[in-house]
Design a protein around this ligand. Structure first.
Ligand code: AMP
Length: 364
């Protein structure tokens, strides 16, 4: 069985690593010659919209999936006309545009921050009258890791924030003074069976995820499962999906969802009975989904910008290091490590040891 993946970055890499024990082979399409999954399968080198390469991928792969949501609509349509593509392209259309995404949440009764569409400086000023301060201005498309976003604290910030967008369509949303950020990773297979992981509690800095901790038995688990089920059932979703949420006064408020495996679920490799990567493969191949229960408590720490010293990380005996084989670059996620413990005190000591190493290399 051959699985085709659009993209050959670290997510594709970890999907392939999870697929080897299941006897799967992989073929990647990625425009970068040194894409980090390229030694784990065959690499079709070229643009995502190269018709010849797309035809080859569709011809040779039994099923195609992707590691990023910004797959051009025409590419998803071409592939789905020629082979099986999961998740269905309808999930991409929603996740690629923050306005469509927020509207979709709203229609499903999933709470969101107050938001308004903005397509000119005038409309931004008007929207701020109803949204109130502080707020966040975000480009509707192609934003990730806080890119294309500005915090609006007062009317003085409006001009510079709008200029940064260069006239791209945007949304402005109320800034949520959240108590914490969580995400729920869920998987649904072709037959419609679903599983949910214990919540991840996430810490971001500068819009980039730094730490995710597993939260088995969290009080917000049931609410998060209700919301993510609604999303998956409505989209007839197949694969792993991550829903990112703010918690405020015991209520969850949706920020965004990713129709793919997610950084806040990397702890599942060592911290859950079945990893999100393996469950993504099981879901798209319509295999029984694996158990999602947490194995002890775990935490994942990202290394951003520069590589940590392998010796230093492995000097923490409980640490599991994942180097992505990516060339270090400012603000780039190049590795992560996961630690597990059977009690919160031990876990915080291990997290501290890892974050000390992460801070030494962090250039963001
Ligand atoms: P995003 O790219 O939308 O996931 O945003 C990246 C990070 O910015 C989030 O994980 C939050 O930490 C922060 N953020 C985004 N939107 C809001 C908001 N409406 N209120 C407060 N913080 C936000």
């Amino acid at each position: 069985m051959i699985v085709g993946i659009l993209g050959a970055g670290q997510l594709a890499r970890m999907i392939a690593l999870a697929g080897y024990p299941l006897g799967l082979d992989f073929i990647f399409l990625d425009p970068s010659a040194d894409a980090c999954a390229n030694t784990l399968g065959e690499h079709l080198l070229g643009d995502y919209n190269d018709p010849g390469l797309l035809a080859e991928l569709a011809e040779r792969a039994d099923v195609v999936t992707y590691e990023f949501e910004n797959v051009p609509a025409a590419v998803a349509e071409f592939l789905s006309a020629h082979t099986q593509v999961y998740p269905w392209p309808n999930a991409l259309a929603v996740a690629q545009d923050r306005l469509i995404e927020k509207t979709f949440f709203h229609e499903l009764g999933i709470p969101t921050p107050a938001y308004a569409a903005v397509d000119s400086f005038e409309s931004l000023k008007q929207a701020m009258a109803s949204i109130g301060w502080p707020a966040i201005l975000k480009s509707r498309k192609l934003g990730y890791d806080g890119k294309g976003q500005s915090v609006l604290k007062s009317a003085d910030d409006l001009k510079s924030a709008w200029a940064l967008l260069e006239d791209a369509p945007a949304i402005v949303e109320a800034f949520v003074p959240f108590d914490r950020e969580v995400s729920i990773i869920a998987a649904r297979n072709v037959s419609g069976a679903s599983v949910f992981y214990p919540l991840s509690e996430n810490l971001h800095r500068g819009g980039i995820l730094r730490i995710s901790e597993s939260r088995e038995g969290d009080v917000m688990q049931a609410q998060a499962e209700t919301y993510v089920s609604r999303l998956m059932e409505t989209l007839n979703y197949v694969g792993v999906l991550a829903l990112e949420l703010f918690e405020r006064d015991g209520q969850l408020i949706a920020n965004e969802f990713a129709p793919r495996v997610h950084n806040s679920g990397h702890w599942t490799i060592e911290g859950a009975e079945t990893s999100q990567f393996e469950n993504h493969l099981r879901a798209i191949l319509d295999l029984p989904l694996g158990a999602t229960a947490a194995v002890e408590q775990s935490a994942m720490v990202n290394f951003i910008g520069n590589l940590p010293s392998t010796e230093d990380v492995l000097g923490i005996p409980q640490a599991h290091l994942h180097l992505y084989k990516k060339t270090p670059r400012k603000g780039r996620k190049v590795a992560h490590a996961t630690v597990r413990a059977d009690n919160p005190e031990k876990l915080s000591k291990l997290i501290k040891a890892l974050t000390t190493l992460a801070d030494q290399v962090d250039d963001s």
